[in-house]
Design a binder for this molecule. Structure first.
Ligand SMILES: Cc1cc2nc3c(=O)[nH]c(=O)nc-3n(C[C@H](O)[C@H](O)[C@H](O)COP(=O)(O)OP(=O)(O)OC[C@H]3O[C@@H](n4cnc5c(N)ncnc54)[C@H](O)[C@@H]3O)c2cc1C
Length: 495
């Protein structure tokens, strides 16, 4: 008989766990997410770095230190298997004054203890060879070539698509409201859509993991949000070749200057602790953004004029009591596993976290995991019009004329891309049609005009494919419907 596993939270942690558990014949895996789509929690807004694993102190934060480097190594494999947008461009932790080298030496030594390969301190000449446009005040750096960047939401989507292809069942738009425990053993989860039976419950609920743990009677930790704010620039603004960090402080890795995977210069984040109840406070602040600007200028003085900014945004790190990841089978509730406090470097560590959880299920819960004889590690990336050669465009249009209609002019996203995105949304169980779901799969609406031109057309396509009235399409889930009735401007446009 199969053991039933319920994973709460389809962020990068829950998705990775689902993928790894989908390898086993004797598990029936359910991935439960309260948002209408996957990856809309902490995993949505972050720096998107695959960290090198040199800055987590193995004495203070042993789990982070162990899983970050392991996760980095696994990402090198996962991005290929799952065709996740990525770049391996390395990081420079920049010294601006002589004292900074003491900290860089400490990081180098810590990196060696954590098993980080190929790191070294470079002098002024080499630093400018690696990053020609860095501030002229730089006097050297720690060079970490294994650092990279991924698209975090595309990564969650890719992982979930692969997990579903391998048999995982999703329950999107489903909020866990209780954990059923009988005689000290978990029996399942209560949700707004009914009861889901489970022998194993994995709590990967990000900022809300402490609340879920309390539902199982576990209250030894709390999660408080730590805000980080960012500026994102238009893609014609030149950014650095490498990920640039300042020499870090005790609470933050510092303001990063980077060219993210889609080619936009991005600066941030700062670090501002918020009270535990402010888990939805994603507002940017003038003061925070100005701090980020000033911090970034120290490494990249040629920041462009503010007219080149296309977005500012904020993310919330789920900071746990004690600071380390909490990945643990809880004895008080047999079958309940916490994957909590997954703050930075959680994105990097996620694949390693998933194998850690599989190990806990096998060793500590005594479920002997049997590998499937057939398990598919691969998933194909959506066919982006903007990445096609002219020959591929011709082929695509012959196959489906919708590829010949450009919907998002800023990013060259065709109707064919959008229809494929909608098909993939349905494949993983997205029931609420949202513009954001299309945006995260295709990049439509993320260009210079930020959707002013293409949003109505996307709404029309979503309405048609989901057979709902256009005004019932949402921007980002229930409560953000685009209208309250017959929205004539949408209806009048050509389909
Ligand atoms: C500013 C910032 C910068 C960062 N930079 C980096 C970086 O560069 N590199 C790196 O490695 N890490 C970074 N991180 C950390 C990384 O983003 C997180 O560790 C990671 O995204 C956490 O993923 P998760 O799946 O654990 O949580 P989440 O992505 O939040 O997923 C949890 C999910 O659980 C769902 N959920 C919650 N409650 C319920 C419920 N009751 N029922 C059903 N579902 C529920 C939520 O909706 C959510 O989708 C950064 C974080 C921030 C905020």
């Amino acid at each position: 008989m199969k053991a039933k596993v319920a994973i709460i939270g389809a962020g990068i942690s829950g998705a990775s766990i689902a993928r790894v558990l989908s390898r086993y014949e004797n598990l029936e895996v359910h991935l439960i997410e309260k948002a209408p789509d996957v990856g809309w929690g902490v995993s949505k807004a972050n720096t998107a770095l695959i960290h090198g694993g040199y800055d987590d102190d193995p004495e203070r934060y042993p789990t982070r230190a162990k899983l970050c480097i392991k996760g980095n190594r696994l990402w090198h494999q996962w991005v290929k298997e799952l065709e996740i947008p990525h770049v391996w461009n390395g990081a420079l932790i920049v010294a601006l004054k002589d004292e900074d080298f003491e900290e860089l030496e400490r990081l180098l030594e810590r990196g060696h203890r954590n098993g980080v390969p190929e790191m070294r301190i470079v002098d002024k000449d080499e630093v400018f060879h690696l990053e020609p446009n860095l501030t002229r005040k730089a006097i050297g750096a720690l060079w970490v070539p294994i650092v990279g960047q991924i698209g975090p939401i595309p990564a969650v989507i890719a992982i979930v698509e692969n997990a579903v292809a391998n048999g995982v069942k999703t329950h999107l738009g489903t909020e866990v409201v209780g954990i059923k425990i009988e005689n000290g053993e978990v029996k399942g989860v209560e949700t707004n859509n009914g009861f889901i039976e489970a022998d194993v419950v994995i709590n990967a609920a990000g900022l809300h993991a402490d609340e879920i743990a309390k539902m199982a009677g576990i209250d030894y930790f709390e999660i408080h949000p730590r805000k980080g704010e960012y500026w994102l620039f238009d893609d014609d603004v030149p950014g650095p070749r490498r990920v640039l960090f300042p020499t870090p402080t005790p609470i933050s890795k510092g303001i990063v200057v980077t060219t993210e995977v889609s080619g936009h210069l991005m600066i941030g984040p700062n670090a501002q602790d918020l009270p535990p109840k402010e888990k939805e406070n994603l507002a940017t602040t003038r003061e925070g953004l100005e701090n980020v600007w000033e911090g970034a200028k120290k490494l990249w003085p040629q920041l462009p004029p503010r007219s080149k900014v296309i977005r500012t945004f904020a993310g919330l790190r789920p900071e746990p009591t004690g600071g380390d990841f909490i990945i643990k089978a809880e004895e008080e509730a047999w079958g309940f596993i916490n994957v909590a406090g997954i703050r930075s470097p959680g994105l990097t560590s996620a694949p390693a976290i998933a194998y850690e959880v599989a190990g806990i299920i096998q060793r500590e819960l005594g479920i002997n995991l049997e590998k499937k004889s057939k398990w598919n590690p691969y998933r194909r990336e959506i066919s982006h019009f903007f990445m096609m050669t002219p020959e591929q465009v011709n082929e695509a249009i012959k196959r489906n004329p919708a590829y010949g209609k450009i919907v998002c002019r800023c990013n060259n996203v065709s109707e064919g891309d959008i229809l494929e995105a909608i098909e993939r949304m349905k494949f993983i169980g997205v029931k609420t049609p949202s513009v954001d779901s299309v945006k995260f799969r295709t990049k439509a609406t993320t260009g210079t005009c930020q959707g002013s031109f293409c949003r109505p057309k996307i709404i029309q396509l979503l309405a048609r494919e989901y057979s709902v009235e256009p005004w019932k399409v949402t921007l980002k889930g229930m409560g953000s419907e685009v209208g309250i009735g017959d929205v004539k401007s949408i209806l009048r446009r050509d389909a």
